[in-house]
Each structure stands twice: as C-alpha cells, then as structure tokens.
Design a protein around this ligand. Sequence first.
Ligand SMILES: [Zn+2]
Ligand SMILES: [Zn+2]
Length: 160
Amino acid sequence: MDPLDPNCPCGSGNPLSQCCGHYHGGTPAPCAELLMRSRYSAYVLGLVDYLVATTLPAQQQALDRDAMAAWSAQSTWLGLEVEQREVFGGKPEHAQVTFVARWHDDNGEHSHRECSAFVQVDGRWYFIDPTVPLKAGRNDPCPCQGGQKFKKCCAPFLSA
Ligand SMILES: [Zn+2]
Ligand SMILES: [Zn+2]
C-alpha cells in the first residue's frame, strides 16, 4: 500500500485517489451509491465542506457544520457495508441506498443501519437529509428544483 495514497476509507479496496478522492476533488459521483460511499469517506477524513456540498442545496443552510465536524473528529470509523441500492426512475431520478456504518467513540462501538435517499439534479446526485425539513406545500414545486411537484418528487423520500 502506498502511504501517500492509502486504501479508500469506503472499503472498496482501491486507493483513495482512484476511488472517493475523485469525487472529493470535484468530479460528480455517477450514481447514488458512489455518492453515499464518498460521503462516508468524507466523514472519515473530516471533509465537512464536501458533506455540505453533497446535501440537497435547499437544505445546506440548515446543516450544523460544527456538529458534523465534531462527530467526524470524535469517532473512529471502522467500516462501511452497502447492503442494498435501489434506483427509482423518473425526472429527476431518485435512489435509496441501505448501508451499515460502524464506528467507535468514548462510549464504545456503534453500528448504524440507515436507508438514505438521494436525488439527481442537473447531473449531480445529492443526499436528502431526513433531519432537515423542506418547507414546501405538497403541490408546490419541489425544493430540489427538479421541476416536479413536491409530493411527486422528494416528499415521499423524506418520510421514508
Ligand atoms: Zn471510496
Ligand atoms: Zn425533489
């Protein structure tokens, strides 16, 4: 293993520069699973700017950057397993990725299973943060700016 280019924290077995490093450097992740993996790697590496930039733009203002940075720094990340990925057609395209992340901190070892939702807008995938409410009526244009009504677009993925 090249010490200057360690294996990617996402567990792909590839060097960071050949894996999530691409996306951290600005290349749009081509699918929701790769975006999700690159966000996990960004937590490991403390890349809070990347975590913010890959969240739905309508939610970015509401994110707690300090909390994200603190969680990233206080946790020792043990691994990631992607269990399932499902792509939903339509415009814009949505996807869900189910994964288990493991880490330990002062309170011991934890594992967290989550089904995250993503939407592709203008060629970029974004994480839909279920903890940040999107302020839109069900018949309003979706805050993701995909051009659909909220109820037909991201709303079902927020309540999931
Ligand atoms: Zn990776
Ligand atoms: Zn939407």
